[in-house]
Write a protein that binds this ligand. Sequence first.
Ligand SMILES: O=C(O)c1ccccc1NCC(=O)[C@H](O)[C@H](O)COP(=O)(O)O
Length: 214
Amino acid sequence: MAHDTRVKICGLTETADIPAAIVAGASYVGFVFFPKSPRHLDLEAAQFMATSVPEGIVKVALTVDADNAMLDELTQHVPLDMLQLHGKESPARVSEVKSRYGLPVMKAIGIESETDLTQIDFYAKVADQLLIDAKPPKDAERPGGNAVAFDWSLIAGRRWPLPWMLAGGLTPENVGEAVRATGARQVDVSSGVESAPGVKDAQKMVDFVTAARA
Ligand SMILES: O=C(O)c1ccccc1NCC(=O)[C@H](O)[C@H](O)COP(=O)(O)O
């Protein structure tokens, strides 16, 4: 039986990635603003790409511990539907960003062991969505987008009172099992639909969405 799993494809870098992600069936597209990432976009490129996203597809900007000056500039230049906070932002900072910009906020939470789950309850009170991702490896250059999965059994059967996405090391090959193991209704992918870091692959995007919904 097919499911209506919603897919976010994160880290689009080329204008042609937008129609490819939409044809594949993505419900969300993500733009990364983190200079050390191979997926980093400058504001001009992001504005151009975001403007070509049709109504109904959620445009998400991913930032890492961004200050107000950076978020002011981002939100003034790029038409956005959601902010994804992927750093060490506190619950209070999540609330502040939400009220300052009037956009829904998705907070990313890195999971490696059972103890990492406790913070979820604090963020669940203030965020609009959660991104339950793998904790980055110790030597990682970035806090996400590392093609690393966490132990899905840690969240099997868990439910939270807000929408959430599963992320971390998902691929067309493992996303079906990940959805079954966790009960996720939404999934997020970046590396798993690339042919090289920062280069999205149209066929992998189709394969991923198809497998997520199978
Ligand atoms: O993708 C990046 O380069 C990135 C940089 C800095 C912070 C977060 C980043 N990506 C986060 C994402 O939303 C990814 O989609 C998520 O972590 C899953 O990534 P992957 O394991 O590569 O699918």
